[in-house]
Design a protein around this ligand. Structure first.
Ligand code: 1PR
Length: 534
């Protein structure tokens, strides 16, 4: 029996689903005594360290946790659940007392690379632990964090990982284990590790080893644009420059393209090796996501069988329903996290918030980006940008906007352009450029940019490299290149020319024109690191 310690933040559903899929039985901690009577504790933590420690203190879990750990019964802390075992974190501005089982603290990454460290990275094994039995030496695991451990005693380090520099990515002493990476989000290798934890009675390490692993890979993301079709069925659709309807016939306006069912397609992409899956509810701007909850059901069902990160976007904003009840964006996002999402993506609302921030120079502290980031952590907040290219004759031709020189001249031979943000799925253009938006959203607390491009969407002409480069240079958070992938060569091109952290595609995967495996083989051949399926 596994006892799951859930303190109410982030996505514990995936951990629960993973344990159940592996045949384990779960018991939830609801009172401090449940900790003392546990046989094996699994403690997944995501979000904000300070918030976690405060909740653990408030619920009276600190003393029983220390007593349990002192008894050397099996304990597995994931991400924040591992950090909590140390003495404190730079993320905790109120300097609360932590569990302090291990000596050392948690510090923010000091690097010029994108922070959060997000994606699939390798592990260098330092102890021969039964937890790592049957794990491939070149396995990669999913990391998402801005802070990392500095343990005092090197003997407790189980694995190290390199992100600019080497840091402790897992620790173990006796039966007390913690990993910075998320096994429940790390596909088949992560499931093997969890299975070891569920099945084995004892994890005492068999001595020290020195087995190097591989490094960080680029991520390949499958994106599912979801909406109801004219018959009311929820379908995965796909547009050409955001138009998702078939070409109209005589007297009809063309039906919504139907490329499959969201849950089935997500599972297919997981099996085929997608590193992440993104759902965008493309009519979310006009529907309220909690009304009939189809996307919640999609998430709940998908997370039962898909063990890579899931992002959900569409309609994340404050909302008042027909009865006058107000819902905050944070409430909507919380519901998604509880249903299996690891990240939420904000489109239209981010444009309005960023515009106000750029105009006033003031943060309100109340925007969706700020509130969700404060509670769930920056890594859980993705900004989805839907820009359109606007040509201008000179660099000064668009006052107040970030203008770039382009190698793709405009219809009248223009050599300059800027990228205009849109809202409501490209329907309304705003007086804000994509570079300024990305920069403002990072300042407000976003952790990642999903950079679409309306001009390239569905064209198979390749990514807009100039757009991606301009945004990538303006932010330090990870950038996902999106829109226009038509062949494996487009993926190597975007990674070689822009420094994008991940590349997303939709149409070519849905229509089975290019399998995910073909993209990864191509990237591997070009020396671009990718996670290959075992
Ligand atoms: O504004 O917070 O409610 O979020 C709505 C979300 O829905 C936004 O993230 C927005 O990007 C998305 N969206 C709205 N309308 C559309 C549409 O297509 N009509 N889809 C839409 C965005 C772009 C990508 C697509 C890539 C790759 N779709 O998701 O998957 O362009 O396509 P490709 O590889 O086939 O070229 P809010």
């Amino acid at each position: 029996m596994i006892t799951l310690l859930d303190y109410g933040a982030g996505n514990v559903r995936s951990v629960r689903n993973a344990v159940e899929k592996l045949g384990g039985t779960l018991n939830m901690v609801t009172r401090p005594e449940d900790i003392l009577s546990a046989e094996k504790i699994l403690f997944p933590g995501v979000g904000n360290y300070e918030n976690m420690i405060q909740v653990l203190n408030r619920k009276g879990y600190m003393a029983p946790l220390r007593e349990y750990l002192a008894s050397n019964r099996p304990f597995f802390g994931i991400c924040l659940g591992m950090q909590a075992l140390f003495q404190g974190s730079e993320e905790d501005l109120s300097n609360n007392e932590s569990i302090g089982f291990f000596e050392g603290r948690v510090e923010r990454f000091k690097t010029k690379l994108s922070v959060p460290h997000m994606g699939w990275n390798g592990i260098h094994l330092r102890q021969d632990s039964p937890l790592m039995d049957r794990i491939d030496t070149d396995a990669r695991f999913y990391f998402v964090h801005s802070f990392h451990l500095i343990p005092h005693d090197p003997a407790v380090v189980l694995t190290t990982t390199t992100y600019d520099y080497e840091f402790a990515s897992a620790v173990q002493q006796g039966n007390i284990i913690g990993t910075q990476f998320h096994p429940e989000k790390s596909g088949k290798q992560g499931m093997q590790l969890l299975e070891n934890f569920i099945r084995l009675p004892d994890f005492t390490p068999r001595g020290r080893v020195d087995v190097p692993g591989c490094g960080l890979s680029k991520r390949i993301i499958a994106c599912l644009d979801v909406r109801s079709n004219d018959q009311g069925d929820l379908v995965v659709t796909k547009g050409d420059q955001y138009d998702v309807r078939e070409k109209p016939g005589d007297g009809d306006r063309g039906s919504v393209r139907n490329l499959g069912k969201p849950v089935d397609l997500a599972r297919r992409y997981y099996e085929e090796g997608a590193d992440e899956i993104t759902f965008l509810n493309i009519t979310g701007f006009r529907d309220f996501p909690l009304e009939d909850m189809p996307m919640i059901q999609v998430l709940e069902q998908t997370s039962k069988n898909v063990f890579v990160p899931l992002t959900i976007g569409g309609g994340i904003r404050d909302y008042t329903d027909a009865n006058g009840r107000n819902y905050t964006a944070l409430e909507v996002a919380s519901r998604y996290f509880r249903s299996g999402a690891d990240k939420i993506s904000i489109g239209s609302d981010a444009v309005h918030v960023a515009k106000a921030f750029v105009e006033t120079g003031k943060k309100t502290g109340k925007s969706a980006i700020e509130e969700i980031s404060r509670v769930y952590g920056a890594q859980a907040v993705v900004i989805s940008i839907d820009p359109k290219r606007v040509y201008v004759a000179t660099r000064q031709g668009a006052a107040g906007h970030h203008v770039i020189k382009t190698d793709i001249p405009g219809p009248n031979g223009e050599r300059f352009c800027w990228y205009q943000c849109t809202v409501q799925g490209g329907r309304t253009a705003m007086d804000l450029d994509a570079v300024t938006l990305a920069h403002a959203c990072e300042a407000l607390g976003a952790g990642e940019i999903l950079l679409n491009c309306i001009d390239r969407d569905g064209t198979k002409a390749g990514y807009d490299l100039e757009l991606i480069q301009a945004v990538k240079q303006a932010v330090t958070i990870p950038v996902i290149a999106s829109s226009g992938a038509g062949s494996p060569a487009h993926f190597s091109e975007v990674f070689e020319h822009t420094g994008a952290d991940a590349a997303l595609a939709a149409g070519i995967f849905h229509r089975k024109e290019v399998p995910i495996a073909a993209v990864k083989i191509h990237l591997d051949d070009h020396g671009i690191p990718v996670r290959r399926m075992p």
